[in-house]
Design a protein around this ligand. Structure first.
Ligand code: GDP
Ligand code: MG
Length: 175
């Protein structure tokens, strides 16, 4: 007899942010516990899934990755449709990727559901000696905009699971 999981909910989550901030690596760390050194820019793959238990409910996270359409306004509204959560990623070693976060929030507010839960992620936390975006600046921005916030490293895996779990828990509170 084939084992079948009894999924209680499917939560669609989108991963957004500038190119090369580590979106695909964060996703692969969360869903497969892998980091790929020679990752090419994403082609074809639409989403990956991972099933987690939250408050006794089996929740399938269906996490969408951009296929290299990170240029401003190139992500189509179909990508955002039905999304309950978003991981908005910047690179702590690239100032410009943090400067663009406000634009991505605007994108989300105009295309996604008003109740979408947003987690701001400062990735590449392992590259401490190259840091140019200070944690306090990101915390302030996140508080101002009503976003959750975490710093992660897809490379070491630090905080990746906890950030996704926090996002899924917060979605679970509002569905
Ligand atoms: P995307 O364009 O946002 O999907 O970015 P990728 O996931 O393809 O990553 C872009 C580059 O950054 C790749 O060379 C990755 O190996 C590297 N990278 C991603 N995450 C990390 C991280 O946490 N630490 C370090 N040191 N490099 C990372
Ligand atoms: Mg990618």
């Amino acid at each position: 007899e084939k084992f079948q999981e009894k999924i209680d909910y499917v939560f669609k989550v989108v991963v957004i942010g500038d190119s090369a901030v580590g979106k695909t690596q964060i996703l692969s760390r969360f869903t497969k516990n892998e980091f790929c050194f020679d990752s090419k820019s994403t082609i074809g793959v639409e989403f990956q899934t991972k099933t987690v238990t939250i408050n006794g409910k089996l929740i399938k996270a269906q996490i969408w990755d951009t296929a290299g359409q990170e240029r401003y306004r190139a992500v189509t509204s179909a990508y955002y449709r039905g999304a309950l959560g978003a991981m908005l990623v910047y690179d702590i070693t690239k100032r410009q990727t943090f400067d663009h976060v406000a634009r991505w929030v605007e994108e989300l507010r105009s295309h996604a559901d008003g109740s979408i839960v947003i987690m701001l992620i400062g990735n590449k936390g392992d590259l401490v000696d190259q840091r140019v975006v200070q944690t306090e600046d990101a915390v302030e921005f996140a508080e101002d905009q009503g976003l959750f916030f975490s710093e992660t490293s897809a490379f070491s895996g630090e905080n990746v699971n906890s950030a996704f779990l926090k996002l899924l828990q917060e979605i679970n509170k509002v569905v």
